[in-house]
Design a protein around this ligand. Structure first.
Ligand code: UFG
Length: 334
């Protein structure tokens, strides 16, 4: 299959490109390198033994995306390209709405012009909002996001559902990710955010490597077993593999389906940091601080639909997630 991957040099995108290439698919990446580095393209090629076609292109640039569809007979699209920082989205909401909505609309218009009917979309567990009980299951209402980033995911999900209602040939799988961590076992690909990380694992590894002084764990007074927030962490390679299953589903079915990609297990902040220390043997200097605005106490996935519809479940352990996250940092410094 010939697959266009927008945002293919990003954290989840790059791991997905590797899985696609190893599966024998042809990969065309469109990425503006806004939050990633050009050498990721070579790394994807060196792991897979096969090079993706790379376009340095912004998905909001219609002429650039149209050109890609003109030059390739694309069977399906995986749309990762988006701004993704929750806190930043609250400070510059207009930029988030403009970028995330514009890129989705531009891409979908280009797909329509080219007659490409299959898409897998990077959604997020954030669409479940603050009012649903855990575990989150796909049938729950998703119309109340807690931040502009989350709203862009809710809105794009709705756009995809509307297109699939209007066009019976259209097929979309909306993948709701929980908390991806870990890295490729080669140590060549991983989560490498620029600036000070917002997410837990990138922060943990920078403290462990001495690049940052200490980790502040946000809150120990939540109504959870140990008082810290609980999340559903999954290995990014498991997540990447879920995209291949979703792609397969999309090309063989019609309509729009939302599917959670998570392990179904909740792990607290304290437990994750302990697991990191135990599996790497590296200490993480840490303190407990106040709660972070907007954090929900506990989030984890219902996983039945992913298993039933896609035949997918997460396989890797928390130890592997921690070890691979750390290995990526160690390899990056060699
Ligand atoms: N945390 C800390 N210290 C830090 C960073 C995070 O204690 O320095 C805690 C947070 O308070 C939270 C947990 O670690 O309890 C996980 O936080 P992350 O920022 O890693 O992830 P979130 O669960 O807040 O958000 C993630 C994605 C979002 C997505 C959301 C879906 O980053 O894009 O999951 O639920 F929307």
């Amino acid at each position: 299959m010939k697959v266009l991957v927008t945002g293919g040099t990003g954290y989840i995108g790059s791991h997905t490109c590797v899985e696609l290439l190893q599966n024998g698919d042809e990969v065309i990446i469109a990425d503006n390198l806004y939050n990633s580095k050009p050498e990721v393209v070579e790394r994807i090629a060196s792991i897979s033994g096969k090079a993706p076609v790379f376009y340095e292109a912004d998905v909001t640039d219609k002429a650039a995306i149209r050109k890609i569809f003109a030059e390739h007979q694309i069977d399906a699209v995986i749309h990762f390209a988006a701004y993704k920082a929750v806190g930043e989205s609250c400070k510059i909401p207009l930029r988030y709405y403009r970028n995330n909505l514009d890129s989705a609309l531009t891409l979908l218009e280009c797909m329509q012009e080219a007659g490409c009917k299959n898409i897998v979309f990077s959604s997020s567990a954030t669409v479940y909002g603050p009012n649903n009980p855990v575990p989150y299951v796909e049938e729950m209402p998703t119309y109340v996001a807690t931040n502009p980033y989350g709203w862009t995911k809710v809105m794009i999900e709705q756009i995809l559902r509307d297109i699939s209602t209007a066009d019976p040939e259209f097929s979309a799988v909306l993948l709701r990710y929980f908390n991806p961590i870990g890295a490729h076992e080669s140590g060549l690909l991983g989560d490498d955010p620029s600036g000070i990380p917002n997410n837990l694992m990138p922060y943990v590894v920078r403290v462990a490597s001495g690049q940052l002084e200490k980790l502040t764990m946000y809150g120990d007074d939540y109504d959870t077993p140990d008082g810290s927030c609980v999340r559903d962490y999954l290995h990014v390679v498991d997540l990447a593999k879920g995209h291949l299953k979703a792609l397969d589903y999309a090309v063989n079915h019609k309509g729009a389906e939302a599917v959670n990609l998570g392990t179904g297990n909740g792990l607290s902040v304290f437990e994750l940091v302990d697991a990191f220390e135990a599996s790497t043997g590296v200490k993480v200097n840490r303190v407990v601080g106040p709660r972070r605005d907007g954090d929900l106490p506990q989030i984890w996935a219902g996983t039945e639909k992913a298993e039933k519809l896609l035949g997918w479940h997460a396989e890797k352990t928390v130890e592997e997630m921690c070890r691979d996250s750390w290995n990526f940092v160690v390899k990056s410094r060699e």
